[in-house]
Design a protein around this ligand. Structure first.
Ligand code: GTP
Ligand code: MG
Length: 408
């Protein structure tokens, strides 16, 4: 499955649905993200369509009239791919393909495709492949129904049916095999994690593209791949870091996203175990992103799912260099002030203030505020270390009271 090497940018359209609970601004941002996903997967977005609907049409996701608009556009503009901002049911996908006669892709497929493109190690590839097959399984029937239809007839159990069964069995066997393979690797990983001894374990978590790997590189002087595309990192990297004389393990891992496909959460279980088993989380946020509060909520929800929500957490607001509040001109008396107009100073007085001491504002790229970052991380790791080894207390003084040499 997995293969995806040469990217030819496919001409694509985006299709989203706006519910009464979303305002226009939100749905624009959701489609912005879908466009970024499409671009990362190798698509060029030619046009966006959206429709106000409280529940998507069970047969075709959007309504008939809208679909006709999309169809006309697809025909007139040589569109290769229609990308839907939600997971389509197997039936919807089949129906839409029949109408549009172009490739029809949903959000889940897109994310799986990017993961496939990014997976480098055999471990990541196995995890992604399993998720791909899990996604494919319920969609298999659709691949054959056109044959049945040609043959027609109620109760026909011809070769078409048998072929579906054969395919199902092949895929099911493949899934069993991949699960077995993963189990073996999982065991090895578990042993590896166990061998890391008593060091405090810290994980960088956060939405995709917020700068986790960049930050990892700054503090651990490693060279983890960072890029301005989504899901640059799939494989977990662990480095030993020493701040002052205090050693700990720092993990960089896969980023999260809104509506992360369940197939991926399941097959990336072991990668996510890294997070679940850490002692301290550094929740990195891209504060320059207009939707950063939503991102935080999505990340917290996924942390909840993998039982990582109750850990000591430092909120690290990154990319302060790129943060730009929206401006209201002095003579503009109409525009109402919203969160988007907050300066950083004003942000710090909002709910962020209530999070208490565990909040930080940095720029990983410009290495701004890194001293405060080191201090906060040191203090948090020290606290965990001392709770665990009270008799070791004297080894690690408070950050400001340290008089020894810098060991890094
Ligand atoms: N302006 C600005 N850009 C940054 C900063 N930190 C990281 N970036 C950029 O943000 C993009 C994403 O950085 P990564 O470090 O790959 O982000 P990540 O969180 O590891 O992303 P995934 O691995 O995809 O989840 C890159 O283009 C970085 O150069 C920062 O402090 N300021
Ligand atoms: Mg990364």
């Amino acid at each position: 499955m997995i293969e995806k090497e040469n990217i030819v940018y496919e001409r694509s359209v985006l299709i989203g649905v706006v519910t009464q609970y979303q305002d226009e601004e939100k749905s624009k941002e959701y489609l912005d993200e879908l466009e970024f996903l499409t671009y990362t997967a190798g698509g060029e977005v030619i046009k966006r369509f959206s429709q106000k609907l409280d529940t998507p049409n069970p047969k075709t996701f959007i309504g008939t009239g809208k679909m006709e608009q999309v169809l006309n556009f697809v025909k007139e503009n040589n569109i290769d791919t229609a990308v839907f901002d939600d997971e389509l049911s197997p039936a919807q996908q089949k129906n839409i393909e029949r109408i549009l006669k172009c490739k029809v892709v949903d959000r889940t497929y897109l994310i799986l495709d990017i993961f496939a493109q990014r997976a480098k190690t055999s471990y990541a590839r196995t995890q992604v492949e399993l998720a791909q097959y899990e996604y494919l399984m319920p969609r298999l029937a659709g691949l054959w129904t056109h044959l049945e239809r040609q043959r027609g007839g109620i109760g026909m159990r011809g070769p078409g049916e048998t072929e579906i069964e054969t395919d199902r069995r092949i895929v099911r066997d493949k899934i069993t095999l991949l699960k077995k393979k993963l189990k073996t690797i999982d065991k090895q990983m578990e042993v590896q994690r166990g061998n890391r001894g008593q060091l405090v374990r810290v994980s960088l978590v956060g939405y995709t593209n917020v700068g986790k790997s960049t930050l990892m590189n700054v503090i651990s002087k490693s060279e983890v791949f960072a890029e301005n595309k989504l899901f640059a990192t799939l494989d977990t990297t662990v480095r030993k870091v020493v701040i002052r004389n205090l050693p700990f393990l720092l993990t960089d891992t896969v980023g999260f996203i809104r509506k992360l496909p369940t197939q991926l959460v399941e097959s990336f279980k072991s990668t996510l175990d890294e997070v679940r088993e850490s002692d301290l989380l550094l929740h990195v946020v891209d504060i320059s992103h207009p939707n950063f509060e939503d991102h935080i909520a999505s990340v917290n929800q996924i942390l909840d799912e993998i039982e990582g929500a109750d850990k000591p957490t430092l909120m690290v607001f990154n990319k302060i260099d790129a943060y730009q509040p929206e401006k209201i001109e002095e003579d503009d008396l109409v525009t109402e002030k919203t969160a988007a107009h907050n300066t950083l100073k004003e942000w710090k007085k909002t709910w962020m203030n209530r999070v208490g001491d565990d909040v930080l504002f940095i720029s990983a790229i410009n290495k701004e505020n890194m001293e405060e970052f080191r201090k906060k991380v040191y203090e948090a790791v020290r606290k965990i270390h001392i709770t665990r080894f009270p008799y070791n207390n004297f080894l690690y003084p408070e950050y400001d009271k340290y008089t020894g040499e810098e060991k890094e």
